[in-house]
Design a protein around this ligand. Structure first.
Ligand code: PLP
Length: 456
């Protein structure tokens, strides 16, 4: 039994292994609804390599026990996080990607796929209005896209060795910015938090006050982060006003559109995120709503040269490429990386513009419906224009809200609904993300029934 495929003949053993594994995966999908979002329990297979390698039969059965212990994104009650089920075409894309095992580090290791990534990033840039000089690079997740954006912004503004340089982001910004601080060698106070209004949007007045404050301390600001789709409620910061502010003050605008960016892809929803195109850099995570298997994130920039001028070091061991393009490994932090744009490309091709639009609109419809059937006389509901909402009982103390959130989440799990339990402001909420295409209005009615009775 050869562990590698033959370069000379059709490898029938590989073919039957793939066929059997695919068939098991299809069965796993088909079982989804009869199980719950989370497994009741699981057992791990043997973890360490034994002295001798295992047979395909054992391999498949060990694989099965991992599958049985997995979270099921396709279950109609899987509503906790920004983790939708994968598009079928993209599953194929991921499988083929593993088989090709090309490397986006350098063009010579991924001739067609490097080219595909450039073109696909450019398509996103055009759709989102980033202009003619734009371009982008794929990254393994939004945290990495955000980090790269900040490193680039600091570099372009010439503040890379200023220990007092700061950037601004709202109180509701993603935790990846706190992590970026540590990686970039910045202090906690280098992230100046801007307060939000009652809709969870960054307050422009607070932006002005904070800038004046740091100026009076003799500090410089290298970026403002606007969030298009906050993690708890899906709020969109006022992108136009923030862009005007940045232009006037000559500060880099990074838009964290990890959640909301994809809504810019359809004419029917792009109004919600108007102003995305004024970003200097933009994070977008197709993994969070469109069903592209993890990880799928892009960092898009208005001027592609800023990526290479920040991250290019030369690749002395790879052949130079023609034209003014750079190798994939010179456009970001990652060196070797897989062709994550393959599953993105194939998923979007399969969906078409209409399919993309349907995912976006259906998600918003589900959120609107759920919002309309949760009893607003009992719950404070917070949401934005996207597909996320969170709620907490009115008139509870924060400790009562905490008890309620634990008890209700567990009761929901026993009824095969999984919601998450974020802390927001001074209390716990339950949060539903309505990006799962398997969730029907009937399911939402069952869910709201449980919720509406959870305070008595
Ligand atoms: C999820 C998220 C991120 C981080 O993306 P990862 O892919 O999880 O690293 C960044 N910003 C926002 C607003 C997010 O919701």
């Amino acid at each position: 039994m050869d562990p590698f495929a033959s370069p000379h003949n059709l490898d029938t053993e590989l073919r039957s292994l793939l066929a059997q594994a695919s068939s098991n995966l299809c069965d796993w999908f088909a079982d989804s609804a009869s199980q719950g979002p989370m497994p009741d329990s699981f057992s791990l297979p043997e973890v360490y390599p034994a002295k001798e390698g295992i047979s395909n039969k054992v391999l498949l059965s060990e694989l099965q026990s991992l599958m049985n212990g997995s979270y099921r994104p396709l279950h109609p009650g899987s509503l906790a996080h920004l983790d939708p089920p994968p598009l079928s075409a993209s599953i194929v894309g991921e499988l083929i990607c593993a088989g090709l095992n090309n490397n986006l580090l350098a063009d010579e290791l991924s001739p067609s796929l490097s080219s595909l990534e450039r073109k696909l990033c450019k398509w996103f840039c055009h759709k989102l209005g980033l202009g003619d000089l734009s371009g982008g690079v794929a990254a393994s997740g939004g945290s990495l896209s955000n980090l790269m954006a900040l490193v680039m912004a600091r570099n372009i503004s010439g503040l890379e060795s200023d220990p007092n340089a700061v950037f601004f982001a709202s109180d509701d910004c993603h935790v990846s910015f706190s992590k970026a601080l540590r990686i970039m060698g910045l202090k906690q106070e280098s992230l100046q938090k801007i307060s939000t209004d009652e809709n969870g949007k960054l307050k422009i007045s607070s932006l002005h006050t904070t800038l004046n404050k740091i100026k009076s301390q003799g500090k410089k600001c290298f970026a403002v982060v606007a969030t298009a789709g906050t993690t708890v409620r899906g709020s969109i910061d006022p992108l136009f006003e923030i862009a005007q502010f940045c232009k006037k003050e000559n500060v880099w605008l990074h838009v964290d559109g990890a959640i909301g960016g994809v809504f810019g892809l359809s004419e029917k929803t792009s109004e919600i995120v108007q102003g995305l195109g004024s970003a200097d850099s933009l994070t977008i995570n197709p993994q969070k709503l469109l069903g592209i298997p993890k990880t799928s994130s892009l960092l898009l920039v208005a001027n592609k040269k800023h990526l290479s001028s920040t991250f290019s070091t030369g690749l002395p061991y790879a052949e130079p490429i023609t034209g003014d393009d750079f190798h994939g490994g010179e456009l970001g932090i990652q060196g070797t990386r897989s062709a994550e744009t393959l599953k993105l490309w194939i998923g979007l091709r399969k969906l078409g513009e209409q399919g993309i639009e349907k995912i976006l609109l259906d998600s918003i419809k589900r959120r609107c419906y759920l919002e309309s059937i949760i009893d607003s006389s009992k719950f404070k509901i917070i949401s934005g224009p996207l597909h996320l909402l969170a709620f907490t009982p009115i008139n509870y103390s924060s400790s009562q809200a905490s008890d309620w959130s634990i008890k209700t989440r567990n009761f929901l799990l026993a009824n095969k609904f999984m919601l998450s339990r974020p802390m927001y402001g001074d209390r716990y909420y339950l949060k539903a993300v309505l990006g799962n295409p398997s969730t029907k209005f009937d399911d939402l009615e069952t869910l709201s029934n449980i919720i509406n009775h959870s305070t008595s």
